[in-house]
Ligand binder design. Structure first.
Ligand SMILES: *Cc1c(COP(=O)(O)O)cnc(C)c1O
Length: 377
């Protein structure tokens, strides 16, 4: 129940354990087509090419930056947490001139501030994080993508933590690149980066002056394998078993239904939030901007945050995350992602957290916390 990886169901683990086929085997190629279709549905991106890149979510981020940017380009990057900062670093490594629009951690991205940056510089790319996992803050990509288009910039939206847990609306936002990871709300093992890119990206990649600085995730080369038009050619050996796992996770999600999954994440968050309040704890993020799948809970004064985590892991086998960056030592990050967003997880987390707080002398009632959560379940 940390910020990922989330729990992987027995069904997805069994799928990933199936015999390894060749990456050009006809049966595996049929499965690749289903993965592309499944990703287009969860990304809500009917006009984008949707493929899983080899590598974790960070590989998707890197592919976006290295394919779209070359030396001399300007990139505006919204930074309201760790991952926005990582995007800015990658844009700089691609040789771009980077305009970082800094926000307080825990706050959503403000369109007015992005607009001011886009007026000041002619940017090729606007990059932003939909669901900031380092803080639990949600930003609305719709107005930000609209601003970018007005100013002729392409958009890169990090949906690593959002995909499957809250609505990702690539077509509605008219976003150019949207990428995710498998180990957050999709509840598959880590190691793949679902990646969607639209027609403007294909044009931009074709118009590059210099070759893309990643060979592995050069989109124009990758499509010789994933595109399938005119026959597939070897590019790299696809992580076949990881793709089985993703395929099964997408099947599980489509059986539940996207809206049902979003509702479940929301309900589990409300139950956890009620229980957390009954324990006398506060959230970092204001209610209107909270992510259901990542709950940043403030560490009360006088409590050793690492000892709480260690006791929860030791006594209950339950992992929650620590604060990172400027929030180190100040928050716990509790994930309710994919298969970890269940009533059992919410109850177990509240019991374990209450037990660990009591061990440090807090006056807390496990029964009250559970009753508060159960009222929402
Ligand atoms: C987890 C995460 C990433 C990085 O994904 P990895 O799989 O750890 O490489 C990027 N962005 C956000 C918002 C994330 O939550």
């Amino acid at each position: 129940m940390g910020p990922g990886p989330s729990e992987v169901s027995a069904r997805v683990r069994a799928a990933a354990a199936r015999p390894t086929l060749g990456h050009l085997d006809p049966a595996f190629q049929a499965l690749m087509e289903e993965v592309k279709t499944g990703l287009a549905a969860v990304f809500r991106a009917p006009d984008h090419a949707c493929i899983p890149l080899p590598g974790p979510g960070t590989a998707g981020m890197e592919a976006a930056m290295l394919n779209l940017l070359e030396p001399g380009d300007v990139a505006v990057v919204a930074v309201n947490g760790l991952f926005g900062g990582r995007m800015a670093e990658m844009a700089a490594r691609a040789g771009a001139e980077v305009v970082r629009v800094e926000h307080e951690w825990g706050r959503p991205i403000e369109p007015e501030r992005i607009e001011a940056a886009l007026w000041a510089r002619r940017a090729k790319v606007l990059a932003l994080v939909h669901a900031e996992t380092s803080t639990g803050a949600l930003s609305d990509p719709g107005p930000l993508c609209a601003l970018a288009r007005e100013h002729g910039a392409l958009t890169v939206v990090d949906c690593v933590t959002s995909l499957g847990g809250i609505a990702v609306d690539t077509a509605g936002w008219d976003a150019d690149v949207v990428y995710a990871g498998t180990q957050k709300c999709l509840s598959a093992p880590p190691g793949l980066a679902p990646f969607a890119f639209g027609p403007r990206v294909r044009e931009a990649v074709a118009a590059r002056k210099s070759p893309c600085r990643t060979w592995l995730n050069d989109l124009s080369l990758l499509m010789s394998y994933w595109g399938g038009e005119g026959g597939r050619a070897y590019h790299h050996t696809a992580p076949v078993n990881a793709i089985y796992g993703l395929h099964e996770a997408l099947t599980v999600l489509s059986e539940e239904g996207l809206e049902a999954s979003f509702n479940r994440h929301r309900r589990m968050h409300e139950a956890l939030a009620s229980g957390v309040a009954a324990l006398g704890l506060d959230f970092l993020v204001a209610k209107a901007h909270r992510l259901p799948q990542l709950n940043a809970v403030r560490v009360p004064d006088g409590i050793d945050e690492a000892m709480v985590q260690a006791r929860m892991l030791d006594r209950f086998g339950l992992e929650i995350g620590a604060g990172v960056g400027v929030l180190k030592g100040q928050v716990w990050r509790i994930g309710l992602m994919g298969a970890s967003a269940s009533p059992r997880h919410v109850r177990m987390c509240l019991i374990a957290l209450a037990d660990a707080l009591a061990a440090q002398g807090c006056k807390v009632s496990i029964a009250d916390a559970l009753a508060a959560a159960d009222a929402q379940l």
